[in-house]
Design a protein around this ligand. Structure first.
Ligand code: PEP
Length: 248
């Protein structure tokens, strides 16, 4: 039986005051939540949020990490620094990193292996562009991204990996994949994991859906047999839109 896992990706949003208010509300209102919940604030608020979620059931996530160790890499944040702040999870391969910042499959794999080796959990985002879906390549794109991101990741390490299927055309656009579209790719991704590892690994891996998930559509999406949670952008910025999804 897989746990339902809901993660909030704040992206480049919020300020100090809003961060404190939102996290305090989440801590108070989610203290009896039966599902796994993570929030990923911007790097600059990680230390603050770390102190607010310490000892609670809310996990602390980062939105990215460097592919290298500490050193002369201006503007980068290493996994050692994230761990130092109490970060437990890092989101990697997000489509905004892939397409806005040119992150390729190889770089994402370097980050995944480095984060796992350092003892962080990772959420690996995969997903096709609209043009790729329209020519029937959605499954193949996701398969390539999975094969590449997981290169060199052992079966033991895979228990620290969550996959987030995020069709790029659905992120921040208000367009959601239908529950059936999501189920189809989630089930395919599970088959890819079975091929790469084994059936046990495929049965155990958590696959979140991401792409305009909100209070109106989360129930139908989470009802799909291979949809194990959500990676939430816009709706994670307010307690009233995030908490219902967390409670599943
Ligand atoms: C995301 O950033 O991963 C995401 C799914 O964003 P949104 O929910 O805003 O579409």
């Amino acid at each position: 039986m897989r746990t339902t896992y809901v993660a909030g990706n704040w992206k480049m949003n919020m300020d100090r005051e809003g961060t404190v208010a939102l996290v305090k509300e989440l801590v108070a209102q989610l203290k009896n939540c039966k599902n796994k919940v993570m929030i990923a604030p911007p790097f600059v608020y990680l230390d603050l949020v770390s102190q607010l979620v310490k000892g609670t059931n809310i996990l602390l996530g980062a939105q990215n990490c460097a592919a290298t160790d500490n050193g002369a890499h201006t503007g980068e944040i290493s996994v050692a620094m994230l761990k130092d702040l109490g970060v437990q999870v890092v989101i990697l391969g997000h489509s905004e990193r892939r397409y806005e910042f040119g992150e390729c499959d190889e770089l994402i794999n370097m980050k995944v292996t480095r984060a796992l080796a350092a003892g962080l959990d990772v959420i690996i985002c995969i997903g096709e562009l609209l043009a790729q879906r329209e020519v029937g390549r959605a499954e193949k794109v996701c398969e390539r991204q999975l094969n590449s991101a997981l290169m060199g990741v052992s079966k033991e390490q895979l228990s620290h990996v969550t996959i987030a299927y995020e069709p790029v055309w659905a992120i921040g656009t208000g367009k959601t994949a239908t529950p059936e579209d999501a189920q189809q790719i989630h089930s395919y991704a599970r088959k890819v994991i079975a091929k790469m590892y084994d059936q046990e690994a495929a049965d155990n891996i958590i696959i979140q859906y991401g792409g305009s998930m909100n209070v109106k559509n989360y129930k139908e999406l989470l009802a799909q047999s291979d949809v194990d949670g959500g990676l939430i952008g816009g709706a994670s910025l307010k307690a009233e839109t995030f908490i219902p999804i967390c409670n599943g």
